[in-house]
Design a binder for this molecule. Structure first.
Ligand SMILES: NC(=O)c1ccc[n+]([C@@H]2O[C@H](COP(=O)([O-])OP(=O)(O)OC[C@H]3O[C@@H](n4cnc5c(N)ncnc54)[C@H](OP(=O)(O)O)[C@@H]3O)[C@@H](O)[C@H]2O)c1
Length: 328
């Protein structure tokens, strides 16, 4: 049986999740895909820390050690930020490796370019994990787009914001109290700026815009507002009127063909598809011409939901290569 060699770039929450799932599902994946997968190298910054027992011999802090593995075919990328992730994935693609990424900050900016490069080199890019963690938004949109046009997308794309707004409404907490609890539960980072400022949701929205419309709006023209200025008083008044605050990222193709996007708090009534989405859940609503309005809901982050969709991307890529799967 053929063996596929893979490298994992980044061995934190997501990278370790990938490793665990690949081990736990090894036999299943072997049977279903007809190939053996071997994790040949793992890239980290600090090679002295053994994060998962039995993996020390796989660790390196040098990307060339990963990319020079003989027969390397797949690179899973779960590091943080634009660089060096972009440069590493570009190199991997030029070395004819399929790449699968969770890195929305990098992919929002370079996704279209990397996909074009991948096309030229006959490899695939999996990026399901860049938006809404375990919710299969990307593969659903790709399938829809085979037949439908998407005119508008609205999403709750940041679980931390949704958790805070939910607790402010349901428990009457202040923003600071809700944020503190989100941090204690591990939902929010010690530095929560990316989440609460709306920047995290913005990056995910740009990935969706590129997929749905083949382009993104000018980033400088997108209004991005966070949730830190929402007061308990505002939340209480909204509740009295039967309304809920949601932090919504939306992008729309206007009749003149321009792409309009914005990110910020929105008051929604109970008729709105995002009204019932509470706690850390993410949701994405798409308006399409044939199907109508469709909403996907699920866990937006976490080790296993995120890693799981990355391993699904791997299975889909290998399946496609073997000619029995049609998407991606
Ligand atoms: N956590 C989630 O639920 C989630 C969900 C969806 C998407 N994502 C995305 O997935 C990516 C990884 O997130 P995470 O939560 O797993 O992060 P994390 O726990 O902080 O892990 C990051 C890993 O990347 C390594 N790393 C960082 N910069 C590096 C560099 N320049 N060279 C080599 N290795 C580097 C770190 O090495 P050291 O261990 O040596 O420091 C660490 O192992 C991020 O882009 C994030 O936005 C995360």
């Amino acid at each position: 049986m053929a063996t596929i060699k893979a490298a994992i770039l980044g061995f934190g929450t997501v990278g370790q999740g990938i490793y665990h799932i690949l081990n736990e599902k090894r036999e299943d994946l072997r049977k279903k895909l007809g190939v053996e997968l071997e994790v040949a190298k793992i890239l980290v910054r600090d090679t002295s820390k053994e994060r998962v027992p039995g993996t020390r011999h796989l660790l390196t802090d040098n990307i060339e050690d990963c990319l020079s593995v003989k027969g390397l075919q797949v690179v899973f990328e779960a590091i943080v930020g634009e660089e060096p992730a972009y440069t590493y994935l570009k190199k991997a693609i030029m070395n004819k490796c399929h790449v699968i990424t969770a890195n929305k900050v990098m992919f929002a900016k370079y996704g279209l370019e990397l996909q074009e490069l991948a096309k030229q080199h006959g490899v695939f890019v999996g990026y399901e994990a860049t938006v809404a963690g375990g919710v299969p938004v990307i593969k659903t949109m790709k399938n829809l787009l085979l037949v439908n046009d998407i005119s508008k997308i609205q999403g709750i794309l940041n679980g931390t914001c949704n958790y805070i707004l939910t607790k402010m409404r349901a428990e009457g907490w202040s923003f600071d109290e809700a944020l503190k609890e989100a941090q204690a539960l591990g939902y929010a980072e010690a530095d929560p700026y990316m989440d609460i400022s709306g920047q995290d949701a913005f990056k995910k929205l740009m990935v969706l815009s590129a997929l749905a419309f083949g382009e993104q709006p000018n980033w400088d023209e997108v209004k991005v507002v966070g949730i830190e200025d929402i007061t308990p008083e505002q939340v209480r008044k909204a509740k009295e009127k039967g309304l809920r605050y949601r932090h919504v990222a939306e992008v729309e193709k206007l009749p003149d063909g321009t792409i309009f996007a914005q990110v910020g708090p929105m008051l929604v009534s109970k008729e709105h598809p995002l009204y019932p989405i509470d706690d850390v859940f993410n949701a994405v609503t798409m308006e399409t011409n044939y199907i109508g309005t469709l909403t996907l809901v699920g866990p937006g982050a976490g080790m296993y939901p995120t890693a799981s969709v990355m391993v699904e991307d791997y299975a889909e890529i290998i399946g496609k290569r073997a000619g029995f799967v049609v998407t991606i």
